[in-house]
Structure formats: structure tokens, C-alpha cells
Design a protein around this ligand. Structure first.
Ligand SMILES: Nc1ncnc2c1ncn2[C@@H]1O[C@H](COP(=O)(O)OP(=O)(O)OP(=O)(O)O)[C@@H](O)[C@H]1O
Length: 452
């Protein structure tokens, strides 16, 4: 039990009787007992929040029902047990309706009955505490700052947007390069929202063959097509009252885009091969690594659907723009992997840190995680050295040049990489690259570069 001490107030103007109750209850050393002989004194001490209060119904200074309502007002969690000289059923029913926990008539069995009732209350209190604690633990598990790592300004902005998204049911569109954590963000929004106890269903639009996607999303009736041997519910129905996460939404076939738009507008679906409409109440989160606005311009994505889905946009910056987060994440993955594999405490050498900072991470966080895990396996003496980090899998120069950019974009990227590498020491970076420090300051001010 979490609270070993359990506070009980005994309110009875009969001094002898209250001492009798006190004597019986004091047999349990966990009970902290206090006696009061007037309603006024007792009500004045309610700030101590007793767990239980035994209330003599006929007090000289106040009627029992009145005292009960004051207690419920001032200390709603206190359980009140009425102790009455008379067996008056109508009064008992009335008091129980007003929130009393039990009504006990004074006779030779009273102490015994009181003892049992209090034990029952105590059990309930400890169960409630346990439930509260479990709820808190679940909340913490999904509290995004615990499992989405990042202290950079860019990630702080993402956390702020996530907080706003979690408070309402607004549609959320998450953009960002591959491996930046889009799916992680979607999940965290769901588990921090009011829908957290309802289903969270993921559909990777790109992974489902074109001819199956409609039935996957909206379900089908028996005999709708060859092979449809039974009715099957679609992901939208599965996610009813919860959240559906449509990953890679940019890959949705244009013919299905119209159907999805209709579902969003009407808030109902029709299963493939069916006639009846099924209402759905699902929060939608979509993600894409594509620039959807660009896809709209190219005619690959419907403009009306684009605006429907845009909702609250959250952009996940590429890892190379998160500055010091690279090392924070690397250490997180290193510790987690070492712990999972019982390898003891690992250290990342300064040279290894420099090597990690100088890489561009086209695969973003996913790539960093894989690199670090391999490095932990390769490391001798629990220290990761530069040669344990295998960057050849994705040659950084090739990556850097693969995507054609303007000279200005290259310049920005180079300065950003140097800033990351040299702990955002502007003077040092200006010296190393032989550019004016005011150029760097100006670019930081214009948010072309990301500061720490
Ligand atoms: N900020 C972060 N903190 C901790 N782990 C992260 C973070 N971002 C991403 N990850 C981890 O990196 C991996 C890739 O993340 P995720 O699958 O969410 O990316 P994604 O953007 O959805 O990728 P894709 O575009 O390929 O679907 C996962 O293992 C995820 O747990």
C-alpha cells in the first residue's frame, strides 16, 4: 500500500462512545485517529483531508445531514460513515444518496461493523492510488519529451506544435525527409490526445498494392470481388473513435484521392461492394516525405484534398539541421542499445563525436541509430572510436552532391555543418571557412542557419 498512514476522524459528542470507537480502531497501528466532540471543531480540521470520518448523526450543534454536505463540499474524497442512535431507514437512504459511504446503527456490533467498513474503504483507496499511479506511468511512457529526443530549437518548435495537435482533433500533416521521425510524432500525438484509449491504426499507403488500397481503407462486403470471401472492415472503421495514420499519403492514387476527399467531407464510408454508409469518427494524421504543394502543382495531388489534409502542418527538420541533437541522439541510442544487450556503460570518444557531427545523414535519425548500434558492436573496451563508425554505407560527399542545389544552398549547408561540428562557435567557423563572421550572424538571424 502506498500510504501506510490512514487518517480517521471520529465525530461524536458522547465522549465515552468516541473513546470506545477510538480504542477499537487503534488496534490497527496504521490508523491515525482524531476525536472531535463538536461539528465546528471537526469542520475546522478538514484541511487535514481525513480518509474516513465517522459522523454521529445527532450532534447538539448541527444536524447530521448538514455536516455531511459541508464535509463533501470541503473534502470530497473523505468517506463519511454515519453512526446513528436510531434505525431510521428513510434518513439512512437520504444520507446515502447525499454521499455517505455507510449508515451504521449504534449497538454492540457497531465497532466490528465499522472495522470492516473502514477496511473496505482502505482497500478501495489503495486500489485507486494504484490506478492513478499506473495511469501516470502510461502517460509518462508516451510523454513525447521522454521518447522523442531533441533539445535543438528546431525540435522545440516541433514539440510545441505537437502539444497543440494533441489538445484537439485537428487533422495533422507531418512532412520531413525519410527517417526524421514522422511516424514517431504521429504516435506520440495520438497517445497524448483525448483519444489515447481508442485505437491507433497505421496504413502505409505506399506499401499496399493499388488495387487493394480501397478495400484496405474502407473495407469490403462479402463477394465484392474475387477472393472477398467474407465481409472485412477497413482501416477507417478499425480506427473509429481513434486515430488513423496515413503514411506516405503522397503516394495515394489519384482515383482514390477523390474517394478519400468524400470520406473526409461526409465523415462516412461505403465498403467496397456495399450500399450502406457507415459513419466514421476518426482523427486523421498524414505524413509524407514529398513536397505535397509541389505535387499539387505537378497535377499529381488534388488541390482540394491537399487543403483538407493540411490541417496543422508539422515539419520535421532533417537531422543535419538539428545541430547538437546529433550527439544527444547518438548517446541515447548508444545507451539504449548497450543496455538492451547487457554491454555495460559505453563512451563516445571526442574523435568519434567529431566524426558523427561531420556526416550529412541522408537517412536522418534512422541512419544515425543504425550507425551507432553498429559502432557499439564494433567498439573495444566500451569506447567508441572513429574507426568503429562506418560511414562508407552512405558516402557523404556523394550524398552531398546528389541533390542538385544552388551555390547559395551549398554554402548554407557547409556553414551549417561546420557550426554543428564546432559547437556553434561562430568565430571559429568564420575563421575555418574564411568567411566574414557577420555573414554567419546575419544568416543565423534570418534563420537560414539553425542555431543551437
Ligand atoms: N527524435 C527522435 N528521438 C528518438 N528516436 C527517433 C527520433 N526520431 C526518429 N527516431 C527513430 O528513428 C527511426 C525512424 O523514425 P520514423 O520511422 O518515425 O521516421 P519516418 O520519418 O516516419 O520515416 P519514413 O519516412 O521512412 O517512414 C525510428 O526507429 C524512430 O524510433
Amino acid at each position: 500500500m502506498k500510504n501506510s498512514s490512514f487518517k480517521i476522524f471520529i465525530l461524536d459528542d458522547d465522549v465515552w462512545y468516541s473513546e470506545l470507537l477510538e480504542y477499537h480502531l487503534s488496534l490497527n497501528p496504521d490508523y491515525e485517529l482524531k476525536k472531535f466532540h463538536s461539528a465546528k471543531d471537526c469542520l475546522g480540521s478538514l484541511y487535514e483531508r481525513p480518509n474516513v470520518l465517522t459522523l454521529d448523526y445527532s450532534l447538539p450543534d448541527k444536524n447530521g445531514a448538514e455536516v455531511l454536505s459541508k464535509i463533501k463540499e470541503q473534502s470530497p474524497d473523505t468517506q463519511v460513515i454515519i453512526i446513528s442512535g436510531q434505525n431510521d431507514v428513510a434518513t439512512a437512504v437520504d444520507l446515502l444518496k447525499k454521499g455517505a459511504y455507510d449508515y451504521i446503527v449504534k449497538d454492540e456490533d457497531t465497532p466490528e461493523r465499522l472495522w470492516n467498513t473502514i477496511n473496505k474503504i482502505r482497500e478501495n483507496v489503495s486500489l485507486r492510488e494504484e490506478i492513478d499511479q499506473l495511469r501516470e506511468e502510461i502517460g509518462q511512457k508516451y510523454d513525447f519529451s521522454n521518447f522523442i529526443i531533441g533539445n535543438s530549437d528546431a525540435m522545440k518548435r516541433v514539440f510545441t506544435m505537437m502539444g497543440k495537435a494533441a489538445k484537439t482533433n485537428i487533422t495533422v500533416s507531418i512532412s520531413g525527409e525519410t527517417g526524421t521521425g514522422k511516424e514517431l510524432v504521429a504516435k506520440a500525438i495520438h497517445y497524448n490526445s483525448a483519444k489515447k484509449k481508442s485505437p491507433y491504426v497505421t496504413v502505409n499507403v505506399a506499401a499496399i498494392p493499388r488495387e487493394l488500397i480501397e478495400s484496405e481503407l474502407f473495407g469490403h462486403e462479402k463477394g465484392a470481388f474475387t477472393g472477398a470471401i467474407a465481409r472485412r472492415l477497413g482501416k477507417f472503421e478499425e480506427a473509429n473513435k481513434g486515430t488513423i495514420f496515413l503514411d506516405e499519403i503522397g503516394e495515394l492514387d489519384i482515383s482514390l484521392q477523390a474517394k478519400l476527399l468524400r470520406v473526409l467531407q461526409e465523415k462516412e464510408i461505403t465498403r467496397v461492394g456495399g450500399n450502406s454508409v457507415v459513419p466514421v469518427n476518426t482523427r486523421i494524421i498524414v505524413a509524407t516525405h514529398k513536397d505535397l504543394a509541389e505535387e499539387v502543382k505537378k497535377g499529381n495531388f488534388r488541390e482540394d484534398l491537399y487543403y483538407r489534409l493540411l490541417g496543422l502542418p508539422i515539419h520535421l527538420p532533417p537531422l543535419r539541421e538539428r545541430g547538437p541533437d546529433i550527439l544527444v541522439l547518438a548517446k541515447h541510442f548508444m545507451d539504449a542499445f548497450a543496455k538492451e544487450n547487457g554491454l555495460g556503460k559505453m563512451t563516445l570518444s571526442t574523435e568519434a563525436q567529431e566524426k558523427l557531427l561531420s556526416h550529412a545523414y541522408p537517412g536522418n535519425v534512422r541512419e544515425l541509430k543504425a550507425l551507432v548500434e553498429l559502432a557499439v558492436v564494433m567498439a573495444d573496451d566500451n569506447i567508441i572510436m572513429p574507426h568503429d563508425i562506418n560511414l562508407t554505407v552512405s558516402n557523404r560527399e556523394v550524398d552531398f552532391l546528389a541533390k542538385e542545389r544552388t551555390l547559395r544552398e551549398y554554402t548554407t549547408e557547409i556553414i551549417q555543418r561546420f557550426l554543428n561540428k564546432y559547437d556553434h562557435n561562430v568565430l571559429l567557423v568564420a575563421e575555418k571557412l574564411d568567411v566574414g563572421k557577420s555573414t554567419i550572424y546575419r544568416m543565423l538571424q534570418n534563420k537560414e542557419l539553425v542555431s543551437k
